[in-house]
Design a protein around this ligand. Structure first.
Ligand code: B3K
Ligand code: ZN
Length: 880
């Protein structure tokens, strides 16, 4: 890749999957001494290494080393002179002298965790020291072959001040601890399982904890402990329950038991991602651990449960069997997301969870697939690996795993998993190895399925149906296509499982549901013995991550919405009805014509609202409009103003027609404040109640503003408080808006970082004329900090999702974001690069907005000293 000369400090180098080579040396053991002192930490790393069989004897050892000050290097105990090693390029320490077949290399380096604002390597978060090594942070602690195929056994001795760091943790088992005098103490940890360096972790700080145990099905007792700052200890119970549920579920569903005697989790305030699956010592963003009724919303509870499970499940899918190289990331991430989705479905509701997962996929991944940042779930190249922790690798990756299960059945999928572990436990492998295990365990051919790993883009499946009453035969012609993506002008047909049902007039399936395997560009599928002309229910359960095209009338969609036995497709039919109406109204708005809401939608919504024995969450989702991002993806040119106006119109018109029904549903789903419940029924009731409130607020009547304000001021459940306050944050009733926001701050947010983030987000997302100046003011708020990723996301990230005001036609939102990116980039390139990706879809907007965003992207890459992370996203986004 050609690097712009403006990026002089660091020439971005692109790495390619096809260039993978085994290293010349393997490191088998790592023995670390970490001496933490305020302001400076010394790390002594002893690597026991050996030359790979077949590697040249003259091969030099090139260790990754970033931002470390090398004090000394010893080979087999003998100090090397400075001519025996050098730094041939940035971040590489090369040992030039001859090396025996087996040797021990020791380095002593100095690092400064207190100055580490990137939050990669060893850093300080509030008062505690912690690490984040994935993808390439270990090299910021000690020189190492920092790549996932180098798996070693780790021994660590941590030394620190006893008073400020009474708790000293690392991976594996505690083997010794003690005092050293002068107020210092130490702990030694040993992890018996060989692991890649990215799974290494250390934590040192003054922490509180809760403890529990789990007995595995083979009868081993595992000590569980969750740590956090003392003030948060009362918010750890839900995480502990989720951990125990995960451990049990993985035994039952996949026969997988935990392997160490200890499982520790630590919650930290400053964290770039959600959490990290370090062996035996997970480190978590507080946002994914802490939960108690007065502070956490229902989605917070769900997120904690899902992320705790995700990191736990990594112990097998990621840690025991890891990735050969970072291009294989989806091997562990797609698979582990799939596993956590299945777990959450079993813990809550399969139908609801499927809808939630597809909503995320469509809002976050489909737009990426349709942008210059589109990449296959197994990317072919990267500049900064951290940029590829994407919705494509994670969420589309999980859909790809789900398709194996759809094609092979749950039992067949389990057989494939069993074989995968049998073959590869303790090793670093590829996505091809996973696919081979699935194929071999089931005796099926999955050659063509590889295209899901090699091709980017969202395929479209087009369906044409015909019915012969004479022959009682139904024919479905399915064709597939996929538009071009970067470096891939044309695509080969995918292997797509299409789950299909044929529904009769009485709403029942006429023939058993089938999974059709679409493998050609176009294929005809015949159903015999179909007694009447059916309504076809296509892609049930969203059996593949594709778009579907099938001409249908609004009435047919309303029929499916009411009758399909597949809960996903009932929801889907409603979404399609909404989408049609909103897009038609976008057009009307643009043409200066009156907007309209078809009666068939009102009737369908009314039917849904009046259903008595429906899961309340399903009812709520059925009435929720598709997200703006999802709708935008369906437009040729995204017109933010028209889109927001059309959605408002649909909501308001619906509320006008169904005001009584919404009011009734709002009232009948109130729950007593005590005792707090977060079971499916309570969650569903809050969900539908707040959907009704959202519709009623669209009417902009005092009566409903008052209702909403009452909820904002009086509720005790955080879900209800956030819902009502967010609605008021977007209200044109200034007094009510102010009162609600002030109340939320004073009564709930002040002093609680996670709730503060909610308060920031509701203002950054609000559709009010002062949006831009409001977010500007939030940056000056005493509770805001640019160094804390959660706060950055809650103000800056949230504003980048504010369809109307971020995309203000004068480009003010774009300029503001670029300025923020440049501020953050100096401290935390992972964070700034994430924000740059808000610009990646710019070609989907009108010419004027395209030009404005393009200018901002150009401003970014012309900035000297821009990080390679931000450079990669900005430069790739600009490519045609
Ligand atoms: N594996 C980590 C992500 C690490 C991010 C590196 N930038 C979290 C997870 O997916 O479980
Ligand atoms: Zn993961």
């Amino acid at each position: 890749m050609a690097a712009s000369s403006a990026v002089a400090t660091e020439q971005p180098v692109e790495k390619f999957r096809k260039d993978y080579k085994e290293p010349d040396y393997w490191v088998r053991n790592v023995d670390l001494l970490i001496q933490i002192h305020d302001g400076q930490t010394t790390v002594r790393g002893k690597l026991s290494a050996e030359r790979r069989k077949g590697a040249q004897e003259s091969a030099t050892l090139r260790l990754d080393a970033e931002d470390v000050e090398v004090v000394s290097v010893l080979l087999n105990g003998k100090e090397l002179s400075s001519s025996d090693y050098h730094f041939p390029e940035k971040d590489v320490l090369e040992i030039k002298c001859g090396l025996p077949d087996k040797f021990e290399l020791e380095t002593v380096v100095k690092i400064k965790p207190e100055d580490n604002t990137q939050l990669s390597g060893l850093y300080k978060s509030s008062s505690m020291y912690c690490t984040q090594c994935e993808a390439e942070g270990f090299r910021r602690i000690t020189p190492m072959l920092d790549r996932p195929d180098v798996m070693a056994k780790y021994k660590v001795r941590i030394e620190a001040d006893q008073k400020s760091c009474p708790v000293l943790l690392s991976n594996g088992n505690l083997v010794s601890k003690g005092e050293m005098g002068e107020g210092r103490h130490f702990a030694e940890w040993e992890d018996p399982f060989p692991k890649p360096s990215y799974l290494f972790a250390v934590v040192a700080g003054d922490l509180g904890s809760i403890k529990d145990t789990f007995t595995t099905r083979s009868g081993r007792k595992v000590a569980l402990e969750i740590f956090s700052e003392h003030a948060n200890v009362d918010q750890l119970d839900w995480a502990m329950q989720s951990l125990k549920d995960s451990m049990k579920w993985d035994e039952e569903r996949f026969g997988l038991e935990y392997d160490l005697d200890i499982y520790n989790i630590v919650a930290v305030n400053d964290f770039n991602m959600g959490a990290m699956e370090n062996k035996g010592l997970n480190v978590f963003n507080t946002a994914c651990v802490l939960a108690k009724p007065s502070t956490a919303t229902d989605s917070d509870y769900e997120r904690v449960q899902g992320v705790i499970a995700h990191e736990y499940f990594h112990n097998w899918t990621g840690n025991r069997v890891t990735c050969r190289d970072w291009f294989q990331l989806t091997l562990k991430e797609g698979l582990t997301v799939f596993r956590d989705q299945q777990f959450s479905a079993d813990m809550t509701s399969e139908a609801v969870k499927r809808i939630e997962d597809v909503r995320i996929l469509r809002a976050a991944q489909f737009p990426q697939d349709d942008s210059p940042m589109a990449h296959p779930i197994r990317p072919e190249s990267y500049i900064a690996m951290d940029n590829f922790y994407t919705a494509t690798v994670y969420n589309k990756g999980a859909e790809v795993i789900g398709m194996y299960q759809t094609l092979l059945g749950k039992e067949g999928f389990r057989k494939g998993m069993d074989l995968y572990f049998k073959r590869h436990d303790g090793t670093a492998v590829t996505c091809d190895d996973f696919r081979a295990a699935m194929a071999d365990a089931n005796g099926v051919d999955l050659e063509q399925f590889e295209r899901w790993y090699t091709q980017a883009g969202t395929p479209t499946v087009e369906a044409k149906a015909s019915y012969s009453a004479d022959k009682q035969r139904f024919e479905l012609v399915l064709s597939q296509s996929c538009g071009p993506s970067p470096g891939q002008p044309t695509k080969q047909p995918y292997h797509i499982p299409v789950r299909v049902g044929l529904i009769g007039k009485d709403g029942k399936d006429l023939v058993p549901e089938r999974v059709l395997e679409l493998k050609e560009a176009s294929q005809t599928f015949v159903f015999e013995g179909v007694k009447e002309e059916p309504v076809v229910s296509l892609l049930r359960g969203f059996s593949a991550p594709v778009n579907v095209k099938l001409p249908r009338s609004d009435e047919e969609l309303a029929f499916l919405m009411a009758n399909d036995q597949d809960s996903f497709n009932r929801w889907e039919a409603g979404q399609e009805l909404f989408t049609r109406s909103i897009l038609a109204n976008v057009k009307a708005f643009q043409d200066g014509k009156d907007m309209e809401l078809p009666q068939v939608i009102v009737d369908a919504a009314k039917r849904t609202l009046l259903l008595e024995d429906i899961d309340k969450s399903l009812q709520a989702y059925a009435l929720t409009l598709p997200s703006l991002l999802t709708l935008g993806a369906k437009m040729d040119v995204i017109d933010p103003d028209a889109l927001v106006a059309a959605c408002k119109f649909v909501k308001e018109s619906m509320a006008k027609k169904l005001r009584a029904e919404f009011e009734t549903a709002y009232k009948s789903n109130q729950l007593p404040s005590e005792p707090f419940r977060n079971d499916a029924d309570a969650v569903g009731r809050r969900r539908i109640k707040n959907v009704c409130l959202d519709y009623l607020m669209a009417l902009k009547e005092d009566k409903y503003t008052k209702l909403c304000l009452d909820q904002a001021l009086q509720s005790t459940a955080m879900t209800d408080l956030v819902a009502a306050t967010s609605l008021l944050a977007g209200s044109s009733d200034e007094a009510a808006r102010k009162q609600a926001l002030e109340n939320f701050y004073e009564k709930h947010a002040k002093g609680n970082d996670l709730i503060l983030c909610k308060w920031f987000t509701m203002q950054a997302m609000a559709d009010v004329t002062t949006s831009l100046s409001d977010v500007g003011a939030l940056l000056q708020h005493p509770d805001f900090s640019l160094k804390n990723p959660n706060k950055c996301r809650s103000v800056i990230g949230a504003f980048a999702g504010n369809m109307k005001h971020f995309h203000a036609a004068d480009g003010s939102g774009y300029r503001w974001l670029t300025d923020r990116i440049l501020d953050i980039d100096k401290m935390n390139p992972q964070m700034s690069a994430r924000l740059v990706s808000s610009f990646s879809t710019f070609r989907r907007y009108d010419q004027k907005r395209q030009a404005l965003i393009k200018a901002e992207l150009e401003r970014l890459i012309a900035t000297s000293g821009l990080s390679r992370d931000a450079y990669e996203i900005a430069s790739k986004s600009l490519k045609a």
